[in-house]
Design a protein around this ligand. Sequence first.
Ligand SMILES: Cc1cc2nc3c(=O)[nH]c(=O)nc-3n(C[C@H](O)[C@H](O)[C@H](O)COP(=O)(O)OP(=O)(O)OC[C@H]3O[C@@H](n4cnc5c(N)ncnc54)[C@H](O)[C@@H]3O)c2cc1C
Length: 386
Amino acid sequence: MRFESTELTSAELRLQQEVRAFLAGELPRGAFTPGLGFNAAKDPAFSARLAARGWVGMSLPRAYGGHDRSAVDRLIVMEELLRWGAPVGHHWVADRQSGPVIARFGTEQQKQRFLPGICRGELSFSIGMSEPDSGSDLASVSTRATHTGDGWRLDGTKVWTTAAHVNDWFVVLCRTMPIEESGDKRAGLSQLLVDLRSPGVDARPIPFLDGTEDFCEVILDGVLVPDDLVLGKVGEGWAQNTSELAYERGGPDRWLSTYLVVEELLRQHEGDAVPDAVVELLGDAAAHYWVLHNLSLSIARSIDAGGTPATESALVKEMATRFEQDVLEAVLQVVELEPDLVPRSLFERLLVTSILTAPSFTIRGGTNEILRTVAARGLHPAVAPR
Ligand SMILES: Cc1cc2nc3c(=O)[nH]c(=O)nc-3n(C[C@H](O)[C@H](O)[C@H](O)COP(=O)(O)OP(=O)(O)OC[C@H]3O[C@@H](n4cnc5c(N)ncnc54)[C@H](O)[C@@H]3O)c2cc1C
């Protein structure tokens, strides 16, 4: 496990300034409702404007509408968007993982069909991995695809599929060969690109505690998927899916989910003497943000140098999501406020949303128990998989 020390170059700092200026012009503070992390609002028009600046699909190939930019450049843009609470919901998953997976494993036809739309901030994607009885142990998925004369017939149930009721496509991990035939649950898995509006797809929102709807149960009942929408090779789904998971971890989206609560806490005291307990909290939080920023930056540099820092990313996601929860807990200790579901201020709204969503930070994208196992195996390869 290696975290090389690194800093932003002057060109990278200029990019950071450009993004800040863009956000201040596009979304002036007070003129929009900031969201929390990558859970922020879905706004296709904003995604399109961001894409027009070249800041969606940044690391995708230029030949398909991308920009061939570095992982560090992408990280800089992501960090600024999340710190601002920008409405990134429409393009987030497509930009972070579906696009890169299609670029890596897709056919020429698939790249031409999907990547330009992703890079324009138009096409949105969901992640079709988890199932009612298959979350941490993804190799046990039971959604099955059976080959028919015209392609694949898909049957099964996916769950916790974020935004499946409003997105365009999702990448479905499914079984194309029964375990009895393959003899190994990791073999015989494939990934299919599925149009969320296909006949037989029923995305049913699962209401959250406060009545909002974000993730879904998705029933797949005889959905017909043509052969040309198999992503990568039939039977190679496990390896492809593992590489997709690596795109989900280690970035600023794993430590900025509650950042605006902290920033707004500081604003609450503008012009006043800041109480000692708040000063202490802000100092501690600033130190954590700086460390986590540097760890994510180090991972991005490693990717740009051709590395595959999967272990490092697992470790950072584990630390970072715990911090996102801890800092919220610390804020709750210093505010004299009984949070209300009908918030009276921006601070209270951010606080209430954070309280409701924070438990999910250490679950979504792989639970912390699983990430600790990944990190432990990376640190000590002798810890063999069971
Ligand atoms: C807000 C949110 C959004 C999500 N969005 C999506 C999405 O868009 N697409 C998608 O596919 N999924 C999504 N998920 C699902 C998420 O990936 C799973 O919830 C997660 O992987 C855990 O799986 P599970 O819920 O089945 O829990 P389980 O795997 O049943 O785990 C239950 C508990 O047992 C522990 N555990 C399990 N196995 C082990 C082990 N081997 N060693 C130690 N402890 C273990 C876990 O850490 C956990 O604490 C989302 C989840 C949340 C909360």
